[in-house]
Write a protein that binds this ligand. Structure first.
Ligand SMILES: Cc1cc2nc3c(=O)[nH]c(=O)nc-3n(C[C@H](O)[C@H](O)[C@H](O)COP(=O)(O)O)c2cc1C
Length: 181
């Protein structure tokens, strides 16, 4: 049984849902898992001694990660490096197989270029397009991006590209990493 910390950012709630699923599966496998929004980790700090493993999950919005993400990895790089750890990103480009690979996902490459922390394990998940729940500005921007990248533009649809079985398999993978470290 390991104590796993999951630090995440979520703008629209999808990454938060993925993190809750991962937490539930980690706990089914006998681990203890604590989820913490990155803003809270920055504000309150992290009691690093409590945790055996750290997992970070960050979505991409408008081509980049929230500034809190880089602030967190910059401020905590030494602590992160000391522990077994993993990181996943969530993007809509990962709906195509090549862009769901670490090498093919430019946002993952962008993270690795900008981050002083080198996660020991990386994963790219496809996220969700939820047109009805976007404001007019976001909806129009996403429609434009989708038009260019041959994705859906119908403003009435919500498309979840996340493979939830893969999210569960990922939780098993994280449990193995944590317990074999
Ligand atoms: C306003 C907005 C901008 C986005 N920009 C990008 C982007 O530049 N590239 C991309 O691959 N996905 C982009 N996405 C897709 C998100 O990564 C995806 O919707 C993810 O599921 C969002 O996670 P969250 O609900 O935890 O914030 C964007 C989504 C929104 C709502």
């Amino acid at each position: 049984m390991k104590n796993i910390l999951i630090v995440y950012y979520s703008r629209q709630g999808h990454t938060a849902r993925m993190v809750r699923t991962i937490k539930a599966h980690l706990e089914e496998l006998g681990n203890q898992a604590t989820v913490m929004p990155v803003a809270e980790a920055l504000r309150e700090g992290v009691d690093w001694d409590k945790y055996d493993f750290v997992l970070c999950g960050f979505p991409v919005v408008y081509g980049t990660y929230h500034p809190h993400v880089f602030e967190f990895v910059r401020n905590n790089c030494t602590q992160l490096d000391k522990k077994p750890n993993a990181m996943f990103n969530v993007t809509v480009v990962a709906r195509t197989p090549f862009k769901a690979t670490v090498e093919g996902n430019r946002y993952m490459q962008n993270f690795l270029n900008r981050s002083p922390w080198r996660p020991k394990d990386l994963k790219c998940f496809a996220g969700k397009i939820d047109y009805p729940n976007l404001n007019l500005f976001d909806r129009t921007c996403i429609q434009l991006i989708m038009k260019i990248t041959h994705g859906p533009t119908d403003p009435t649809v919500c498309i979840d590209y996340t493979d939830w079985e893969d999210v569960k398999a990922y939780a098993r993978h994280i449990s193995e990493l944590a317990n074999n470290a």
